[in-house]
Design a protein around this ligand. Structure first.
Ligand SMILES: Nc1ncnc2c1ncn2[C@@H]1O[C@H](COP(=O)(O)OP(=O)(O)O)[C@@H](O)[C@H]1O
Ligand SMILES: [Mg+2]
Length: 261
């Protein structure tokens, strides 16, 4: 198994006491698989993802129990350096809001290239070429001309493609996408989601997709976990879910339902 989260507990220590945000969550995702995580706002979806990525706000947050097995090694017991390396090289996260995730004063080419300079020791020139290649890969029109543009010069959909490109740069084994299309127009949502699903299949990555879009779930997920109040209340292959109607989720015509909340 690529990622196996077992009985994870996360608490926040606040002035008003301890908040048990994640109360024994277990889920897993294998290479080439998509796990959709559903659940109402505040149910612990993002906090679980942050714990897996090692970007929990600590303090006030704290992992209070459980295991996060990445290829059979518990990330919670690794030393800082090892954990940082796995997080940097093998996992990537895509957030809802690309504008706040990208640096506003650096060109997108510089930010994409930084991945290759820092992690691969490439020269500026080679890194820039890789940045253009990635921008092409996520189908940003005229990538070569736009590589020196800044985040605010791109539309929301194009910025989210840049986020996907950043996530893909080091060819991670696992991507966690936390409501990656929620901030986008409905038509653009479908395009960005289709791109992400396509790249996930091509690179055979594990994908954890946090979403409230049941259409997306039916189209791309292999299995789902439904969270409620810090717990998983439903864990099933997507073919067993009530809204699922076709033999292969990938052959279904694209349909999108409005958000449930
Ligand atoms: N920085 C924080 N300080 C205190 N409590 C927090 C913090 N971040 C999250 N929480 C708690 O964790 C719960 C789950 O949050 P979250 O995982 O972001 O929900 P969602 O399912 O909407 O992604 C929240 O309802 C809140 O009580
Ligand atoms: Mg969230």
């Amino acid at each position: 198994m690529l990622l196996d989260v077992r009985d994870l507990r996360v608490e926040f220590h606040t002035r008003d006491g301890v908040v048990n945000a994640v109360n024994g969550v277990s889920y897993s995702v294998d290479a080439g698989e998509t796990l959709a995580v559903l659940g109402e706002s505040g149910s612990g979806k993002s906090v679980t993802a942050q714990a897996v990525m090692g970007i929990l706000d600590t303090p006030p947050g704290r992992v209070a129990g459980g295991e996060i097995l990445f290829r059979d090694r518990d990330l919670l017991t690794l030393d800082r350096e090892e954990r940082r390396r796995i997080r940097g090289e093998k996992m990537a996260m895509i957030f809802q809001d690309a504008l706040s995730a990208l640096n506003p004063v650096l060109s997108v080419g510089y930010q994409l290239g930084e991945m290759f300079r820092v992690h691969r020791g490439m020269s500026r020139k080679d890194a820039k070429a890789k940045a253009v290649e990635l921008m092409d890969r996520v189908r940003i029109p005229a990538a070569r001309e736009r590589v020196n543009d800044f985040p605010h010069q791109f539309s929301g959909g194009m910025r989210q493609r840049i986020m996907i490109a950043m996530a893909l740069a080091l060819e991670p084994e696992l991507i966690i996408a936390d409501e990656p299309t929620t901030a986008l127009d409905v038509t653009v949502q479908a395009q960005v989601m289709d791109l992400l699903a396509e790249l996930q299949r091509e690179y055979r990555m594990g994908l954890i997709l946090i979403t409230h879009d049941l259409g997306v779930v039916a189209d791309v997920a292999d299995k789902i976990a439904v969270m409620y109040a810090g717990r998983i209340v439903e864990n099933a292959p997507v073919r067993d879910c009530p809204f699922y109607t076709s033999p292969s989720p990938r052959d279904r015509p694209k349909s999108r339902m409005p958000p449930s909340s």
